[in-house]
Design a protein around this ligand. Sequence first.
Ligand code: M6R
Length: 611
Amino acid sequence: MCGIVGYVGKRNAVPVLINGLKRLEYRGYDSAGVAFFDRDNRIGVRRCAGKIKDLESSIKREKIKSFTGLGHTRWATHGRPSEENAHPHRAGGIVLVHNGIIENYFELREDLKRKGHVFTSETDTEVICHLIHSYSKDGRSFEDAVREALKHVEGAYALGVINEKEPDKILAVKKDSPLVMGLGDGEFFIASDIPAFLKYTRDVMILENNELVSITGKGVSISNLATKKPVKKEITKITWSPTMAEKGGYRHFMLKEIFEQPRAIADTIRGRISPEKGVVNLEEFSMKAKDLEKLSKIFLVACGTSWHSALIGKYMIENMAKVPCEVDIASEFRYRNPIIPKNSFIIVITQSGETADTIAAQREAQKLGAKVLSICNVVGSTSAREADSVFYTHSGPEIGVASTKAFTTQLTGLYLFSIALAKAKGILNKREIKELFSELLQLPEKVEKALHINAQVLKIARKFSQVHDFLYLGRGINYPIALEGALKLKEISYIHAEGYPAGEMKHGPIALIDNNMPVLALAPDDKVLEKILSNMEEAKSRGGKVIAVATEGSTKVLAHASDVLFMPKTNYYLTPIIFSIPLHLLAYHVAVLRKCNVDQPRNLAKSVTVE
Ligand code: M6R
């Protein structure tokens, strides 16, 4: 997830772009850059690794005067954060900024290299620049070169492109990445999100997939990318306050991040599988099938929510690939003298890649001779840099302290890893893998559908927001979701909550149940459904108020709970992703009702960099 911005108008473009980038910094902040037409109508590019304020101070002294330009704030996906990988990218007279992921960039790059193109970055983006440049050399117009180049590009993009031959014009186009346009008085903006230009105009056009926009100082024209047919668009008047706009109209980053999950999961899958061939692209894990074949044991190590992912990872790996797993809390792992047999492997899971306990455990494992795979969200973070292989989740920056989209994308990564391992070991056949892929490809849409439960969850939150304790029960692969639901409620609403394997309730926690104790039971339609229904009944008969999360159509759950939240059906391994949605929403609404600081709960930090 990166942020792009573009400006054409009467103001000095660079300060407008820098201001826009600052408003988009929540989308990424590892490097930044701007491009602009100078007095001689040549395109100047200024980039730097680091935050936007670093870029701002590095170009301040130049006193650049320009009326057209592009800007970019980066959240690395392909290529570490560095000046060379920062946008804008240039090929000949073509300069562009990009937000998204190009799936077939490797093949495109190799092909362009064979034709003599020289690449200066490790990014997927640079191929688009070279493609447009190569097509514009064939005598095509700027617009047609963009149209032709994009015919060859697979993946998601929002692009702003400028061409030295046509000063003061920006072309913008999108597919599966957000892009909006602001219309001022004789000035026009494009951006990944509205806050980038809200200071200047509230008149907005929301661009749709495959719309090509051509912007000059005189006006804007929109056409279909493929057919060239003109497109008519309504102007929307934005009434949000600037702070609200930064959160995409949501009241808190946590809520925004919960609702971003369909996009985050889709981006994490993108380019990582070849569904027709039935293979997971292992280079995405920087691994080879032969690294996996000989693996005989896996340790999964993490903290907090990432540890819950690790617990679920154990179910996925052991069931799909039949490789035994041990799961450790990172702060325990390093001090317990772990015995790491030959041919075993450590997976560390960390959103930030900077959690001190996780890094220490990773280093301990490496000291003991083990290879480490880091499943991480932040490119270039300590865990990612020091690991032997890395799988990046593509959830984009997570700002809310309570982890949500990072969690479900970690689970997506673990699902892919388990399939890759099972294939390398010859345990799953092509047909079985295709079925697992087919369910995975439907996941973003099912998560979208699951989010429709929000209003019903709010009603439940109103009923229970003032309780002192909460019990979460789950079984099997959903037991860690009970732990996750309880952790989320604790950390943002300060209500005491516990997650338990439901079968363990009768060994102690049942003593706590009375009519002041809500019990949330995860009751998917799987082989232990009858068992969890009995556990719900045990709680109910002791006065407990039972809320169930169940699979749609599983009506027998209704008799055992006062409230039932029905979720879309998916396979066994992906159920935890769907079932975590109502739990994150419940924690969120309870915290808001209790007037807690949702995004920055007391005593907590987003990244725990101390032991
Ligand atoms: O960045 P990490 O994934 O390593 O962070 C681990 C935990 O600190 C984190 O998951 C924490 O538990 C969250 N606040 C939970 O919402």
